[in-house]
Design a protein around this ligand. Structure first.
Ligand SMILES: C[S@@+](CC[C@H](N)C(=O)[O-])C[C@H]1O[C@@H](n2cnc3c(N)ncnc32)[C@H](O)[C@@H]1O
Length: 236
């Protein structure tokens, strides 16, 4: 990963800066998806690296949920590599029972954003937990309806662990949505076109930024990719 996303570029993104401690600052960016105004705080100066940004893939996945009117009501959802937590927070606001995960050092930033954005009466539907790919996936259930991830396909050396994690968490009823930004230096295309296809069906459902960011819908091989879609269709 070579470049950071343009945090100040989107029209609905108004940053504010607050001092958090002698070494850390909180920078807040505002977004609006599906009628919800989100205030996403990023903790700068705390060695969070790529986790201290809202990546364009995260915005693309939220826009996809908005465009497709995805309803997570009553659904069991897990987000991997959440960073700020923006995607999982929106899924919870859209009705999901959501577990937001990332490496342990990112959880304080995510919990802060949950506190800011999720009304107290809904907080029992949202958990924040450590999940390092390839290490912690066995501590989680395997009956998720949805697995979400934005810009988590970005480091070639982590691809095998990420696939193991998806495989462990995924049942025949699970729909995975991954939004990936294609960069020349990390073989993310190989992940989607070759590596993941050994175990999963992977289809493109949306793209943005001139196809630099693609949203994939993924299911375990041997399962009907339309089955879970039917399950979320509104009652006629
Ligand atoms: C580029 S950031 C994307 C953050 C967020 N999903 C977004 O779109 O704004 C990648 C995220 O994946 C997480 N990550 C990287 N390697 C991981 C691993 N082995 N286990 C768990 N999370 C990992 C990082 O901590 C980081 O938060």
């Amino acid at each position: 990963m070579t470049t950071a996303p343009h945090q100040e570029s989107s029209g609905d993104d108004v940053p504010t800066m607050k001092k958090h401690s002698s070494t850390c600052y909180i920078r807040q960016n505002n977004f609006e998806f599906c009628g919800y105004k989100l205030k996403i705080a990023r903790i700068l100066g705390a060695d969070l690296g790529v986790s201290a940004y809202v990546w364009d893939s995260g915005i693309a996945l939220c826009r996809y949920f908005e465009k497709e009117k995805i309803n997570f009501t009553g659904r069991k959802v897990i987000e991997l590599g959440a960073g700020t937590g923006i995607v999982g927070i929106l899924a919870a606001l859209l009705g999901g029972n959501v577990t937001i995960t990332d490496k342990p050092n990112c959880l304080m930033q995510i919990r802060n954003n949950v506190y800011i954005n999720i009304p107290p009466v809904c907080r029992n539907r949202l958990k924040v937990r450590p999940l390092v790919w390839g290490e912690d996936q066995f501590n989680f259930p395997t009956d998720y309806d949805f697995i979400l991830g934005s810009d988590i396909v970005y480091r070639f050396d982590a691809y095998a662990d990420l696939i193991d994690t998806l495989h462990q968490l995924c049942s025949e009823h699970t729909t995975i949505y991954l939004a990936t930004e294609f960069r020349t230096d990390n073989q993310s295309m190989t992940f989607h076109d070759v590596l993941i296809t050994e175990y999963f069906n992977c289809s493109v459902v949306d793209s943005s930024n001139n196809r630099a960011i693609i949203v994939y819908k993924i299911s375990k091989i041997g399962t009907n990719p339309y089955e879970s879609e039917a399950a979320i269709a509104p009652e006629l």
